[in-house]
Ligand binder design. Structure first.
Ligand SMILES: [Fe+2]
Ligand SMILES: [Fe+2]
Length: 258
């Protein structure tokens, strides 16, 4: 089985780039996309949700940007392929998603980190390590063949610790949120695929997707200036992970940054 995991989609050009890449990659069995910035850099709406799935994604994971779309807070639970961070206590939605495809059952869990994720997260977050085990147990009761965990977090240590904590329980742990791809992709104990951050599928020549002039002005003046998503053409950041269908062990992880 070959799985494509795509890092945070940012804005219109990010979505367009996803479409282009999924059109080219016909050898992918499963595709999981982080869509937390797909609506002009902030959150996701039903429009982007449907669009991303229509291009071939099987599940969409999220993150801290879910709060930016107030009108969506009551809607997330209706989007059956959208996994919300399972350890947020004040959000309603699917705490995991199960993909049924080609007679294989794949569970997808999204968790959020506890370090430097903003006030609203820090006030409403449960321990991600504890919640990971709860969701893994539920997925095992459902009889899944594979489990993927998107750990949406700022701190590298928190993500690496999660990987070692879950290495005997899931098939892949990957980080999202920083929008900067790390070059530490690996297969832990010859079975579980891991990378600290998949990166961003979003505008080049920007500051994490934000127009660079605005980001620089924020830092140089110390003022909070309104977010504007860059409309530059997008880079594509992803990982491609291959599994042995019999043992379910990861046998290859390729990092994509182009
Ligand atoms: Fe993001
Ligand atoms: Fe994020």
């Amino acid at each position: 089985m070959k799985v494509l995991i795509v890092g945070d989609i940012v804005g219109r050009t990010g979505i367009n780039r996803l479409k282009e890449e999924l059109n080219k990659r016909k050898d992918i069995d499963i595709c999981i996309v982080n869509g937390e910035n797909s609506a002009s850099g902030r959150g996701i709406r039903e429009k982007e949700y449907k669009e991303i799935l229509s291009y071939g994604a099987d599940a969409i994971t999220m993150g801290n940007h879910m709060y930016y779309r107030k009108e969506m807070l009551s809607e997330y639970s209706k989007l059956s392929k959208l996994a919300i961070p399972a350890n947020l206590t004040n959000l309603v939605g699917n705490k995991h998603v199960i993909i049924n495809k080609n007679n294989i059952k794949i569970g997808v869990i999204n968790l959020i980190g506890t370090f430097a994720m903003g006030d609203i997260i820090e006030k409403n977050v449960r321990n991600p390590f504890e919640v990971a085990i709860e969701e893994i147990n539920k997925l095992n009761e459902e009889g899944v063949d594979y489990i993927f965990v998107d750990f949406h977090a700022e701190a590298t240590a928190e993500k690496i610790a999660m990987a070692y904590y879950l290495k005997d329980k899931v098939n892949c742990v990957y980080g999202t949120h920083t929008h900067v791809q790390t070059s530490d992709e690996t297969i832990i104990d010859n079975k579980m695929a891991y990378i600290t951050d998949v990166g961003m599928t979003g505008p080049r020549d920007s500051v994490l997707g934000l127009k660079k002039e605005i980001a620089i002005a924020r830092f140089t003046t110390g003022q909070y200036l309104h977010y504007e998503c860059s409309d530059n053409e997008a880079q594509f950041n992803a990982i491609e992970v291959e599994f042995d269908d019999n043992t379910k062990k990861a046998i290859k992880i390729n990092r994509i940054n182009n």
